[in-house]
Design a protein around this ligand. Structure first.
Ligand code: HEC
Ligand code: HEC
Ligand code: HEC
Ligand code: HEC
Length: 154
């Protein structure tokens, strides 16, 4: 028996190492897998609550229109009617809740307008596009276009 054990000692060592590896893996796996993982499939249910707990950053255009009816009226008559206020002004829930606590800076039209209107092959032909450098020859876009109703003479 002793001789036999000695003769397979090298095998036992490998088996022991493998077993330790498997146990180690199971222990680590247990520690790092979040509670309830798998309850609804390959998801972590607690993530939903964490996402829900994020503060809302966008107020929605109805909120803006309630206080800024002048801008809303102008916008409703032009081609920008369907754009949300926050598409240009950024997320402003904090301002809408308490206007004084965060007064938005006015957007820089050179950056803002180009974001949507810079000519690009990938955009549909029907979408109004300009090569801003040639088109505006260095003037700010709002020298000629009113941002809320951009048609010339509008
Ligand atoms: C509860 C009323 C209220 C709501 C809602 C509101 N605002 Fe305002 N907003 C104000 C007031 C009041 C000021 C002026 C604040 C100051 O100058 O102290 C202001 C200022 C601004 C300014 C700066 C104006 C300037 O001349 O510099 C912008 C831009 C603006 N609001 C956009 C928005 C947008 C976009 C929304 C929607 C996300 C919004 N506001 C929602 C009341 C409101
Ligand atoms: C297409 C982009 C765009 C959209 C959409 C937009 N704005 Fe503006 N808004 C601007 C820009 C650019 C200015 C700065 C104009 C300037 O510097 O003369 C501005 C200025 C303002 C101002 C300062 C006062 C004024 O009239 O210049 C307020 C208030 C304002 N916007 C509110 C709103 C509200 C409310 C909405 C939604 C009903 C809205 N904006 C939608 C681009 C936009
Ligand atoms: C978030 C995207 C977006 C931004 C930012 C934006 N626009 Fe527009 N713009 C539009 C859309 C959408 C239309 C309508 C396209 C249509 O109806 O075919 C439009 C239409 C226009 C038109 C055509 C008006 C007409 O009556 O034919 C002009 C000019 C224009 N925008 C200028 C501007 C200027 C100047 C700025 C910066 C103050 C600006 N836009 C910012 C999306 C944008
Ligand atoms: C010097 C005045 C002026 C300036 C500055 C200017 N535009 Fe224009 N823009 C015009 C005129 C005029 C038209 C109308 C041209 C027409 O109807 O063919 C126009 C038309 C447009 C159109 C509609 C193009 C189309 O195919 O329907 C867009 C989009 C536009 N401008 C965006 C901008 C942007 C973005 C800026 C800033 C980078 C800007 N404009 C600066 C005068 C100006």
């Amino acid at each position: 028996m002793k001789d036999f054990l000695r003769s397979i000692e090298h095998l036992l060592r490998v088996v022991l190492l493998l077993a330790l590896g498997v146990i180690g893996f199971l222990v680590v796996r247990r520690m790092v897998i979040p509670a309830e993982f798998g309850k609804y499939g390959h998801f972590r249910p607690a993530a939903l609550d964490e996402i829900r707990a994020h503060p809302v950053k966008f107020a929605g255009r109805q909120a803006c229109e309630a206080c800024h009816s002048d801008q809303a009226d102008v916008k409703s008559k032009g081609k920008h009617a369907n754009l949300g206020c926050e598409a240009c002004h950024g997320a402003l829930a904090r301002h809408a809740e308490d206007p004084g606590s965060l007064v938005p800076k006015l957007p820089d039209t050179a950056v803002l307008c180009a974001r949507c209107h810079e000519a690009n092959q990938a955009k549909p032909k029907s979408f109004p596009q300009v090569k801003t450098a040639e088109h505006s020859s260095g003037l700010a876009c709002n020298t000629c276009h009113k941002p809320h109703d951009p048609r010339i003479g509008g």
